[in-house]
Design a protein around this ligand. Structure first.
Ligand code: URA
Length: 209
């Protein structure tokens, strides 16, 4: 069964509190989203496999650990997920980056995939699927299905703020996926915003409204 990790590191809590303030402008919001994405990735990468390597330091022969060949792909859900990519690549510069675009159909309110481009060896990469806000969970749920349909085998979802409804929706359909989030908030309001949340993450990242 997939697990939800609400990562309560003091730096994460502090930075998340900062971006919840409505007065925070685009430049600071962007920088903090990057930092939060990096800190959450540090936690989400805790189980990456290591192997032994033997070599000479200037002083002695030694055997130490290094990451094994397991490769990663970062996949942001457009558009707000883009705001998390640079922070993750600071930690894992060799990761490949795919993109998934989803919009919400105005009548059915269901997410519709309009764009997908993934590394061609996605089946052999662990995927970090990223989206700052896990609200109803519809986009994340469908993005995970789209990744699995193209062969992705191990997927972790990284979000900044999650609604309990979204967590439940994702895990109900994808019990094999782990979710890493900085906060599980109270819930959704009748306009689909997470409460207390931080507003529209895409608009705040890109300065639109
Ligand atoms: N998407 C956002 O950007 N914010 C919310 O609160 C919910 C969905």
């Amino acid at each position: 069964m997939g697990k939800v990790y609400e990562v309560k590191h003091p730096l994460i809590q502090h930075k998340l509190t900062m971006i919840r303030h409505k007065e925070v402008g685009t430049k600071d919001f962007r920088a903090l989203v990057d930092e939060l994405a990096m800190l959450l990735t540090y936690e989400a990468s805790r189980d990456l496999p290591l192997e032994d390597i033997s070599f000479d330091t200037p002083v002695a022969h030694t055997t130490q650990k290094q990451l094994t060949g397991k490769k990663l792909a970062v996949v942001p859900i457009l558009r707000a997920g883009l705001g998390m990519v640079d922070g993750i690549l600071e930690l894992i510069p060799a990761a490949k980056v795919g993109h998934i675009g989803m919009y919400r159909d105005e009548e059915s309110l269901e997410p519709v995939e309009y764009f997908i481009k993934l590394p061609e060896d996605i089946q052999s990469r662990e995927v970090l699927l990223v989206d700052p806000m896990l609200a109803t969970g519809g986009s994340a749920r469908d993005a995970i299905s789209a990744l699995k349909a193209r062969g992705a085998q191990k997927i972790k979802l990284i979000t900044l703020v999650s609604a309990p409804e979204g967590v439940e929706a994702v895990l109900a359909e994808h019990p094999d996926v782990d979710i890493f989030t900085a906060s599980i908030d109270e819930g959704l309001n009748d306009q689909g915003y997470i409460v207390p949340g931080l507003g529209d993450a895409g608009d705040r990242l890109f300065g639109t409204h």
